[in-house]
Design a protein around this ligand. Structure first.
Ligand code: F6R
Length: 610
């Protein structure tokens, strides 16, 4: 997925590049590199490993220069080696490129360029870009050479490009990979995301697909690939730079778990008025349209897909609208049957997940209305969709998503209330009960966080186990999936999430005295009794039962080895409370195992390649 940052300034840029990369490292951490121009020469420093390790070896701060580009890599083409680390240069060592994305036709281009005498240094797809520009430079100016190169490459890219001979110019381009421009005082920036440069500027311009930008320290010009100048809006970002710091927590994941009461409160703030749900103007969908919707399809990936499954449950149960939840990566290659009464919802923390963007675009090809639920203002998904509801989780840096998930559930719940009201599937009293329920959630979350002692005890006892099973039913089946995903991601322990009753159709064979089984069993009128039965089945086979139960439950503690209590709430809202102990359990187990929690192996926060 890779992270990119670049600065052109009237001062040395090394510290800013270093800070920028440190904030972007969640995007990729197998190697890093920087390129500065000093006296019209490149100084390129790179190495394999995380930023801290490479910086210890090369000390990026030793290198002066008022212009530079930097990159942290999540490898796609070519192994994790110093040669494959970015930046990549052309044969003359005059063009230097950092890239996030995938050049799909790079093999053909490479053969073509090699025939023309170009020598390649790496196995990456990126290097062809430097050589292509070099080739075009033979008859064209720099900007035109880049435009021609971009017209020839197929695939996704966010690029930062330097020319040794033009040391006052930083060039950027994007297609289907995120890239933003930051406007500073006597300096300008490019970056893969907003938080990486928030310390230096809050003025952001979003590059669109197939746009290119030329930055000097005091000017930014943006063009399309035919050279037409584009008029762009400068967005003022409200996020505070401190929100993207660890604030005394050992890991971002822990900080973000603990931020959930605040994140949910912010997500609700000003959206509930006189027992009505009111979204801001970006929501953009009219009541007239919403009343007509006959079907909803939700597209998402990973944790956001789990949130969508909870959304499906809420919307069908309460607003009585048929909902399908699709993996965005599957939806994009199907030929869905869509009509004008279908609403497509894309759910994404980052707003930059390649498959979710592609699924949205596929839906738009059918002319259907689209809504996104997203955490990052101005991200690609929000710009493509007709309407947006922002989760207000604030920057989520930990690779394992936590507060974004619970705020997605809160937004799904608010949207369900809105639709239930418009479609008159619930009466005023029911709507009021729903609103009262969600208003209590921030405080109730705080009390779930206070259960951390018992969760830590489970982590101490079971962090050496090699497998585990998570079971839930109804609205809490997706929570079982999410709990298992969190554990896999940060601890590397194998975990399976299942609907509790489905256990009998296979996974039960795995249960013995070495198997921790996490059962999500809040007290409800729907499935509680059935889950009690499932607990007995696990117990009969010697499984180690860790149960999530409602405060005051007398039955479950008799059967489970450990019981973690969540406050009483409405059934649909139990999912928001139940997931938190599972996030903490994954965190503590990973911590006991000494895992790199904020940068788990092979993962990247934003999956901008398909
Ligand atoms: C898991 C996780 C991923 C993301 C997925 C989608 O903890 O973070 O599974 O949920 O990559 O990302 P977004 O929501 O940014 O589209």
């Amino acid at each position: 997925m890779c992270g990119i940052v670049g600065v052109v300034s009237n001062k040395d840029v090394n510290q800013k590049l270093l800070n920028g990369l440190a904030n972007l490292e969640y995007r990729g951490y197998d190697s890093v590199g920087m390129c500065f121009i000093y006296n019209k020469n490149f100084r390129i420093k790179k190495g394999v490993g995380k930023l801290e390790e490479v910086h210890k070896k090369v000390n990026f701060l030793k290198f002066p220069g008022n212009i530079g580009i930097a990159h942290c890599r999540w490898s796609t083409h070519g192994g994790v080696t110093e040669k494959n680390a970015h930046p990549h240069v052309d044969c003359t060592n005059k063009i230097s490129v950092v890239h996030n994305g995938i050049i799909e036709n790079y093999s053909e281009l490479k053969v073509e360029l090699m025939k023309k005498g170009h020598k390649f240094n790496s196995e990456t797809d990126t290097e062809v870009i430097a050589h292509l520009i070099e080739e075009n430079l033979k008859g064209h100016k720099i900007e035109d050479s880049i435009k021609l190169a971009l017209k020839k490459i197929e695939g996704s890219y966010a690029l930062g490009i330097l020319f040794a001979d033009e040391p006052e110019k930083l060039i950027a381009a994007r297609n289907e990979s995120p890239l933003i421009i930051g406007i500073g005082d006597n300096e300008n920036f490019i970056a893969s995301d907003v938080p990486s440069i928030l310390d230096y500027t809050k003025k952001i311009v979003y590059l669109e697909d197939r746009e290119m930008a030329v930055l000097t320290k005091d000017k930014v010009s943006i063009f399309d690939l035919d050279g037409n100048l584009k008029n762009k809006i400068i967005n003022i970002i409200k996020w505070d730079a401190a929100a993207a710091q660890k604030s005394g927590y050992r890991h971002f994941m822990l900080k973000e778990i603990y931020e959930q009461p605040r994140a949910i409160a912010d997500t609700l703030n000003e959206r509930i008025r006189n027992n009505n749900v009111v979204f801001e103007k970006e929501f953009a969908l009219t009541n007239e349209f919403l009343k007509k919707i006959k079907r909803i399809i939700i597209v998402a990936c990973g944790t956001s897909w789990h949130a969508s499954l909870v959304g499906e449950f809420m919307l069908e149960e309460l607003a009585k609208i048929p909902v399908e939840v699709e993996y965005a990566s599957e939806f994009r290659y199907r030929h869905p049957i869509l009509d004008k009464d279908t609403l497509i919802i894309a759910v994404s923390q980052s707003g930059e997940t390649a498959d979710t963007i592609a699924a949205l675009k596929e839906a738009k090809n059918y002319g259907v209305k689209t809504l996104s639920i997203c955490n990052v203002m101005g991200s690609s998904i929000t710009r493509i969709s007709d309407g947006v509801i922002y989760t207000r989780a604030g920057p989520e840096i930990g690779v394992a998503s936590t507060k974004a998930f619970t705020t997605q559930l809160a937004v799904m719940y608010l949207f369900t209330i809105l639709l239930s009201k418009l479609k008159k599937t619930l009466n005023d009293k029911q709507i009021k009960d729903m609103i009262d329920g969600i208003r209590k959630i921030p405080l109730q979350l705080q009390s779930v966080l206070d259960e951390d002692g018992e969760i830590l005890k489970c982590a101490e006892l079971y962090h050496q186990k090699l497998n585990s099973i998570y079971l839930g039913r109804g609205v809490n089946f997706p929570i079982a999936l999410e709990g298992a995903l969190k554990l896999k991601e940060v601890s590397y322990i194998h975990a399976e999430g299942y609907p509790a009753a489905e256990m009998k159709h296979g996974p039960i064979a795995l249960i013995d005295k070495n198997m921790p089984v996490v059962l999500i069993a809040p007290h409800d009128i729907y499935t509680y009794k059935k889950v009690l039965g499932n607990i007995e089945e696990v117990k009969a086979r010697g499984g180690i039962i860790i149960a999530i139960a409602t405060e005051g439950d007398k039955e479950i503690p008799k059967k489970a080895k450990h019981t973690i209590f969540i406050p009483k709430t409405l059934y649909t809202l139990s999912s928001i409370l139940a997931v938190v102990p599972l996030q903490l359990l994954a965190y503590h187990i990973a911590d006991k195992l000494g895992r790199d929690i904020d940068k788990p192996r092979s993962l990247a926060k934003t999956v901008t390649v398909e």
